[in-house]
Ligand binder design. Sequence first.
Ligand code: FEO
Length: 173
Amino acid sequence: MLSEKMEKAFNEQLKWEFYSAYLYLSMAAYFDSINLPGFSKWMKAQAVEESMHAMKFYNFINERGGRVILQNIDQPPTEWESPLAVMEFALAHEQEVTRRINNLVELAQQEKDHASQIFLQWFVTEQVEEEDSFGSIVAQMRLVKDSPEALFMIDRELASRNMDFTALSGEVK
Ligand code: FEO
């Protein structure tokens, strides 16, 4: 059984994961508006992944006898000054996600909730991957600065992101 504190914190994180999906979809829409289909496809894939993260919290709350309470999701930003600004914003967002996951781990420790600690380990590992994938793109873009040719190359590379979510979809019940 989840404690009241854990249930509240997990519901908050569930919302935050859906906000992340919304944010990345908004970034995809920005990239579509400036004709960068590869960046857009990459962000759409990221949005789907975030929805799967949210569903992991949904399922876990239920499995532990808690109650899922969906909350309002804020409107994400819609405009950025450049493609680099978008990716920097996304990286900072992932760093914030990591901070929140770490806070949940600490709360689970305080609550002596071992099942939640084990559940959260998946997210601790996932955040290392998330920060690394956003960080690598930001580093590449900073390297080439405003070169349109390089941006076009990166766009083509990002277009090759695999949209197969079978590994994650097994989590959705
Ligand atoms: Fe659900 Fe990108 O962290």
